[in-house]
Design a protein around this ligand. Sequence first.
Ligand code: APR
Length: 244
Amino acid sequence: MIQITAKLASKLKSCNSVCVLTGAGISAESGVPTFRGPEGLWSKFKPEELANVQAFLANPALVWEWYRYRKTLLKNVSPNPAHIALVKMEKHFKDFTLVTQNVDNLHARAGSHKVLCLHGNIDKNYCMTCAKDFNDANLAQTTVPKCDCGGLVRPGVVWFGESLPTQTFEEAESAARRSQLFLCIGTSAVVYPAASLPLIAKECGSYVVEINPEVTELSAIADESIFEKAGVALPQLVDIIPKN
Ligand code: APR
């Protein structure tokens, strides 16, 4: 059992407005590799070769090979108890906003209704010339898919150096500002502007709680850190919320 402070228990029982930010760690117990840390994807692959538009234009075949590997991996995993716990939380709070850095679609697959995807969605793709959308089913199976306009089709994720979808981030920032409780789950909190959200919440008086087995950049600033796996901690937090 995790230790839940009286302060956090009181927040879970009395808050109306809750904002949650998730990172790769919430999908770790589904078998999805995280990015940093000893077994992380960035310890095996170079983000500068795979996750920016220059790399894509220089070698679209290599980048598509990497995304097809990740798309295939994600077809064989399922949401875990942490994702399910957030679906239950969504039902309890009047104002609940789930913001994710993940592109794996596991929150939506778990049943979360409103998910702000800051870094896009790996199931989506679009033409770089005419912006036509392609789902995986209507994606040409050639090494480098092309649009019927002749343009290059790319994965619908936000790459390093690219801006986040403006409206999505504005909604996330507004939810952080008005939150009374901010849960930061499974993120190393080193990639901005997503990592600014818990700091904004804290500045606006929200109670910031981190759930991560490791110490992160956020640990010194959070009001509380629960050093536990999300799949273990979150169901216990949900159990505290009054069943209305
Ligand atoms: N439960 C909770 N947290 C976990 C778990 C778990 N079971 N397993 C690992 N973690 C934590 C790790 O300790 C780490 O702090 O999840 C965090 C994952 O950090 P990163 O791998 O850096 O992933 P993330 O923070 O989501 O990266 C942010 O960087 O590469 C870009 O666009 C990519 O969205 C990604 C962004």
